[in-house]
Write a protein that binds this ligand. Structure first.
Ligand code: PLP
Length: 233
């Protein structure tokens, strides 16, 4: 099933890439495996997926310990400071930094294990109350500036979750506002170039608006079954 789903995702990406005159190679897919069992991740690896993402710290820790394979782990969910210790070892990228306190904790933990942690700043472009992230460009600027003194983090880019809607105009507005912030901030600090945006329901639009990393769960693994935990499946 995963192989076939992936094929469909690839086709859609190709269409959007063509439409927006971008390069397929400039877009990375992170397969969001949350709630799915280890067997699904192994199946994904077998059909060529190399980047996987989780949104819960404990689930991330357990899965990343259980799977011995050459893969790139992304942590994409809301992260509390006291849970940084669960993700710091395996996460190649943390997508959800939204405060200096969190960045400081990541920096401290990264230093202890001798690593430079790649991070994204999460921006709440939809202004929905339920969403996490920085609320505007000024907050982002200030956080970026303060993070420059942290030697064990590498700022890679910006991340957002778009509105929970099928309204294309609104989705486009969310994504383009993240891109505009990236363009502005990137003038000052060259390395902040990545745009982590686009999920199952909106990734074709995200590509048209400049996404470099797509976080896709349902379209790859199927509808999430929440009646059992991932370890019971
Ligand atoms: C679950 C999740 C996704 C993927 O969602 P789908 O709609 O299943 O593709 C992407 N990003 C984050 C932060 C998530 O929690």
């Amino acid at each position: 099933m995963i192989e076939n789903n992936l094929k469909i995702v690839f086709e859609k990406i190709h269409d959007s890439v063509e439409k927006s005159k971008r390069n397929f190679g400039d877009i990375r897919i992170v397969a969001i495996s949350k709630t799915n069992p280890i067997s699904s991740i192994l199946e994904g690896l077998k059909v060529g997926i190399t980047n996987f993402g989780e949104n819960k710290a404990i689930e991330f820790r357990d899965k990343s310990k259980l799977i011995i394979a050459d893969l790139v782990w992304h942590f994409v969910g809301h992260l509390q400071r006291n849970k940084v210790k669960y993700v710091i070892n395996a996460a190649e990228y943390i997508h959800s930094v939204e405060s200096f306190k969190l960045a400081e904790e990541i920096n401290k933990r990264a230093k202890t294990i001798g690593k430079v942690q790649n991070i994204f700043f999460e921006v709440n472009t939809s202004n929905e109350e339920s969403k996490f992230g920085l609320s505007n460009y000024d907050e982002l600027c200030e956080l970026v500036k303060r993070c420059e003194e942290l030697s064990n983090i590498q700022m890679c880019g910006l991340m957002t979750m778009a509105s929970f809607t099928s309204n294309e105009t609104e989705l486009r507005k969310n994504f383009s506002s993240l891109r505009e912030m990236r363009d502005k901030i990137n003038n000052k600090t060259k390395s902040i170039s990545e745009l982590s945006m686009g999920m199952t329901n909106d990734y074709p639009i995200a590509i048209e608006e400049g996404a470099t990393i797509l976080r896709i769960g349902t379209a790859i693994f199927g509808k999430r079954d929440t009646s059992l935990t991932w370890s019971e499946k």
